[in-house]
Design a protein around this ligand. Structure first.
Ligand SMILES: Cc1ncc(COP(=O)(O)O)c(C=O)c1O
Ligand SMILES: [Zn+2]
Length: 462
């Protein structure tokens, strides 16, 4: 059922004042070419009390209806209120755990640390919560418009999300990926959903330019995050976080950042909560970037003056973006949230995801970027030890198992280590090598197993 008391429309973010109905197929302002924003009738939201909203969200959290179980559509009045249930294309996204991490927090000097596990979404990243909104709108638009396909450029996760949601809706999907710059696991995702998958010998920024041109020429619907509909789904994450904290506001949210849609969306979610009276203050935001690809960090250090860069290689391949499309929105958001930007080197990223893994996270490299940023912020005392910190884990580590294996497997290690069979990780760590845990090659006999395992058991119990 749609929510007739509520309404939303497009407004030009560049400030020319143009507005458009959400039923128009638009990605940029027709007047000035600026980015668009979705704005809502906030006065209509405010006619309901904060208590009434809280009660509605609690009721939906225990509802048996499939759409209520989606973390996005449980908030449908705040997302795309004109959509009907029949329009909605959901795979059961959102409602991902907010996991308290007391022992990891202690190691990082944080008394209150949580990880928001966005990798627990249907295709393994936060992109699903935005894509359900976009593909649902396309489903609705297809009643009156011919839309032959939806397309996106991607560093891996957007293409996985688009291809799955488009497959769910029966709409053809086309994805442009930078060849050899996404993990094999990520490449497997659009292939498996039978999306037309084009690997281009360029970087993400090159794919982005080409997909925008292709869509413009051929009436294909563009699904990249310059399309503001995705941000409407992604902002629900902030509501979830506050709900999971008993409607308390954390002090800090740390967000791995590339194209800068996510940090924008998270800010938008907190502002919405304040508008409806569910919270009375905002958290601070940190956008975390990989040093090899950190144009926003450079802008932060240069009084927010932004210049695109050529993004260098990083294991955090999904945020290898030199010309983020949402940069203006993100800078405006960070200014409103007393935001900061941090960067992390490749070694710091590896150390951080390894440290997370030791606490059971199976962290992807982007989560590593955010954890490494938190380490920096604690070292500077920008984040104080008593502050409540939420680190956004944007993708599931299973998408990066190849990277993890390359790290842990002995035959792939540097030559001085390769000669050692059954490398004991603790001994290597004592030699300053980054922690790794290679498989032990053991003859299938009890005495051989005892040789390997008993010393470890002894060490563990001493
Ligand atoms: C795993 C992962 N983390 C972080 C990001 C960054 O999000 P955004 O591009 O919205 O800044 C992306 C996507 O680009 C991603 O796939
Ligand atoms: Zn405009």
């Amino acid at each position: 059922m749609s929510s007739p008391n509520f309404s939303a429309w497009f407004r030009c973010f560049a400030g020319c004042g143009a507005t458009y109905p959400l039923t128009e197929i638009l990605v940029r302002c027709r007047g000035c070419g600026g980015l668009l924003d979705v704005v809502h009738d906030e006065a209509a939201w405010q006619e309901r009390s904060a208590d009434a909203w809280r009660a509605l969200l609690s009721a939906r959290a225990s509802s048996a209806a499939f759409l209520d179980q989606s973390g996005v559509w449980a908030q449908r009045e705040w997302v795309l209120p004109a959509l009907t249930d029949a329009d909605i294309v959901s795979l059961g996204e959102g409602r991902v755990p907010l996991v308290p991490m007391p022992t990891l927090g202690r190691e990082l000097g944080c008394e209150h640390l949580w990880i928001k596990q966005c990798g627990h979404n249907p295709t393994g990243s936060f992109k699903d919560v935005g894509m359900t909104a976009l593909v649902s709108m396309v489903q609705a638009l297809r009643r009156n418009h011919r839309i032959a396909a939806i397309a996106c450029a991607s560093t891996g996760d957007t293409s996985a999300a688009l291809s799955a949601y488009a497959a769910r809706a029966g709409i053809p999907a086309i994805v442009f990926l930078p060849a050899d710059k996404v993990s094999d696991e990520q490449l497997a995702q659009p292939l498996s959903s039978f999306a037309t998958t084009c690997a281009l010998d360029t970087d993400f920024d090159g794919c982005m330019r080409l997909v925008a041109e292709f869509c413009g020429r051929h009436g294909v619907y563009l699904a990249n995050s310059m399309n503001p509909l995705r941000i409407e789904g992604q902002k629900t994450l902030s509501v979830e976080i506050c709900q999971q904290l008993g409607w308390q506001v954390p002090d800090w949210i740390i967000v791995p950042s590339g194209n800068l849609g996510h940090v924008t969306a998270i800010g938008k979610g907190f502002k919405l909560l304040r508008t409806v009276g569910l919270i009375d203050r905002l958290p601070r935001l940190c956008a975390a970037q990989a040093q090899a690809s950190a144009p926003l960090y450079a802008a932060f250090k240069n009084e927010w003056r932004f210049h695109p860069t050529l993004a260098g290689p990083t294991q955090a391949s999904a945020i290898r973006i030199g010309h983020p499309v949402n940069v203006d929105k993100a800078i405006a958001t960070l200014k409103d949230f007393a935001g900061v930007v941090e960067q992390a080197s490749e070694d710091e990223i590896t150390q951080a995801w390894l440290q997370g893994d030791r606490h059971g996270l199976y962290a992807d490299p982007h989560t590593g970027v955010a954890l490494a940023a938190l380490r920096h912020l604690r070292e500077q005392d920008t984040v104080r030890s008593h502050e409540r910190v939420v680190v956004i884990s944007t993708a599931h580590g299973l998408k990066f198992s190849g990277q993890k294996l390359r790290h842990h497997r002995p035959e792939r290690l540097e030559s001085p280590l390769r000669t050692q069979e059954n490398v004991d990780p603790e001994r290597l760590e004592q030699r300053g090598v980054l922690p790794h845990n290679s498989p032990q090659i053991v003859a299938p006999r009890i005495d051989a197993l005892e040789d390997v395992l008993l010393p470890r058991l002894q060490r563990a119990s001493s």
